[in-house]
Design a protein around this ligand. Structure first.
Ligand code: FAD
Length: 567
């Protein structure tokens, strides 16, 4: 090992192996950060395998993979936050240690002079001179550090954040709304299932962020890096601070590809794919078209996940194609679900089971993907039986569709806004934070027990907007969210089982039963998914046109009895 200290907290090193972990722990380190993407070299141990060994040695672990030429503000914020929260001393590594040292220097800019950082790096053998302009630039705003301010600060410009911004401005055009969002592209993720099924071209599922940002909003293209809800302020990755009267958290969730060793480096090759990644959804359709015989595995991790039906939607659309092509006698389909049921709301299960039979799919419950060996085409599952015993089972595959484990975004999980498990802790009806009354959360980031879907965010946005206006006016909060979420299960090409339900699994159909019976496969529901819902998303939901999602408003008497209001 070649460990080089940069300061009291962080040392860096070239690539380490799982076998090094005992020595690293013995050297006094308490945490490890991996800054190298998986699959850069054939002999490179995966981050997952290093993480497993690190945890066995009692070390904390964080994965912040970066490419040297494209280190973003979000990467720097993540690294800074990791240094702030991981137990120290910390060891960062990549191929040579340079990326880890670079992240350290950029994360420290503004706190220490650039010259000092460069000198410390040089002493450790890393010439970071080329970073000088960026270090200087990063120092400036931090030193200037004036808190800009707004009425409502929205963190995240995804489905939920932009819908909330539009709904708020529709009600209160004079409100000063700022959205913090690092990405320059906005994705319509529900369309990715359709890409994987060969129905949509990828272009239908994204737009430039600038084109969908609601008019009247101030967009800051940066990431949230820290929260100070007691003082109504938050920090951006670039060092700026923003003060707000009310805060809305809509940062979505994190797809944890590195939680399964071998997955990240296999993805997009060797028959391993996922509709959960825009880049690999087209590969799903390529594999489906090309597979003539063999075994196709589809996986679902433990809940919560976004769009809990999406893992099986991928299976049904693939099965539908193979059925139509007469290939099912030669293709064996297996669905490996870490959970215990096919779908959480029982009314939809009979229709889904008809398709499981039609496609001759084998269902494996309590079966969690834990390892992917792409080159050998082998997936390993931890299978837990009814008596609680867990065994590992390896299965060969020709195609593997993976839904990755999902968890809260790191910066939110480690913030004072997080509740148990790291999700933002809100009241499920008002979506108001349980401890900070001027904070709301919606979309996948919150711990409200609804299905994490864009459909849920569509219903939540007007609720949050109503309640924000009331909060700013110092009135009781009038709007209540009923837990509505929707999952259009694409059971065959041309038919959908349209699951729509609220809190407690209560069925909440949007249409009369004679038009669409959600518990039965429907052609009209397919038409809705293929043609109408994308338009509804781009032209209504993101623009504050609240079709089929007017919020339920409490009258004064009801507000008094629920105790709803500014806490
Ligand atoms: P997102 O839309 O993911 O947006 C989160 C935003 O926060 C991102 O733009 C991100 O860049 C930003 N962000 C993250 N961290 C920070 C930070 N630190 N600072 C600032 N910004 C940050 N839903 C349905 O309703 N129907 C479906 O059929 C359906 N199918 C799906 C199929 C697939 C394959 C997938 C992946 C999802 C599907 N969904 C579906 C789920 C739906 O897309 C999500 O529930 C929805 O996008 C959640 O919205 P959100 O705004 O909470 O999160």
């Amino acid at each position: 090992m070649d460990i080089r200290p940069l300061d009291n907290l962080l040392s860096v090193s070239p690539q380490i192996t799982p076998q090094d972990m005992t020595a690293i722990a013995a050297a006094g380190f308490r945490s490890v950060i991996c800054d190298r993407p998986n699959g850069e070299a054939a002999d490179q141990p995966s981050a997952g395998s290093v993480e497993t060994a690190a945890r066995e040695a009692g070390l904390s672990f964080r994965s912040i993979p970066v490419v040297a030429s494209a280190i973003s503000d979000a990467d720097i914020a993540q690294f800074r936050q990791a240094l702030d929260t991981l137990p120290g001393p910390v060891l960062g590594y990549c191929r040579t240690g340079t990326r880890a040292a670079t992240l350290w220097a950029l994360a420290s800019a503004g706190k220490r002079p650039a010259a000092e950082l460069l000198e410390a790096a040089a002493k450790a053998g890393y010439d970071l001179g080329a970073l000088r302009p960026r270090l200087d630039a990063a120092s400036r705003p931090a030193r200037a550090a004036t808190a800009s301010s707004c009425d409502v600060l929205i963190i995240g410009g995804g489905a939920a954040g932009l819908a909330a911004a539009s709904s708020l401005l529709k009600r209160r055009p004079s409100c000063a709304v700022t959205v913090v969002e690092p990405s320059d592209t906005h994705y319509y993720q529900p369309g990715w299932t359709m890409i994987g099924g060969g129905v949509f071209k990828p272009e239908r599922t994204f737009r430039a962020m600038a084109d969908v940002m609601p008019r009247g909003v101030t967009w800051i293209q940066s990431s949230a890096a820290g929260f100070d809800p007691v003082n109504n302020e938050m920090n951006l990755a670039d060092g700026r601070r923003i003060r707000y009267r009310a805060l809305v958290v809509a940062t979505g969730l994190k797809l944890d590809w590195d939680a399964i060793p071998g997955l990240r480096e296999s993805l997009g090759h060797h028959g391993v794919t996922s509709n959960y990644d825009f880049k690999t959804a087209p590969y799903t359709w390529k594999l489906v078209r090309e597979l003539k015989r063999g075994t196709a595995l589809f996986t679902q991790p433990p809940m919560p996940i976004k769009c809990a039906g999406a893992p099986q939607k991928a299976m049904y659309l693939s099965g539908s194609h193979w059925f139509d092509e007469g290939r099912l006698a030669d293709i064996k389909i297996e669905f490996h679900n870490a959970g215990a049921v096919l779908f959480g709301v029982k009314e939809y299960v009979p229709a889904l089971m008809e398709y499981v039979s039609k496609y001759r799919a084998d269902l494996h419950f309590g079966s969690r993907l834990i390892l992917v060996d792409g080159p050998r085409h082998v997936a390993t599952f931890a299978v837990t039986s009814a008596d609680g015993r867990t065994v590992e089972e390896a299965r060969s595959f020709d195609m593997l569709h993976v839904c990755p484990p999902q968890r809260p975004v790191d910066v939110m999980r480690d913030s004072p806004l997080a509740g148990e498990g790291g999700w933002i802790d809100v009241d499920p009806a008002s979506l108001q934070h349980k401890r900070y009354s001027n904070v709301f959360a919606l979309g996948d980031a919150s711990n409200a027990p609804n299905a994490k879907t864009a459909a849920a965010a569509r219903k939540q946005a007007p609720v949050v907007a109503e309640n924000l206006v009331a909060l700013l006016d110092e009135r009781p909060l009038p709007a209540q969210y009923d837990g509505y979420g929707s999952c259009p299960l694409t059971v065959e090409r041309g038919k959908i089982v349209l699951a729509e339900f609220g809190y407690g699994g209560k069925l909440m159909p949007s249409f009369p039963r004679w038009l669409i019976d959600g518990t039965r496969p429907s052609r009209l529901a397919w038409h809705l998914k293929e043609e109408i819902l994308p338009e509804l998303y781009w032209k209504c939901m993101l623009r504050g046109r609240e079709w089929l999602c007017e919020p339920t408003l409490l009258d004064e008497h009801a507000m008094a009895s629920t105790g709803s209001g500014a806490r």
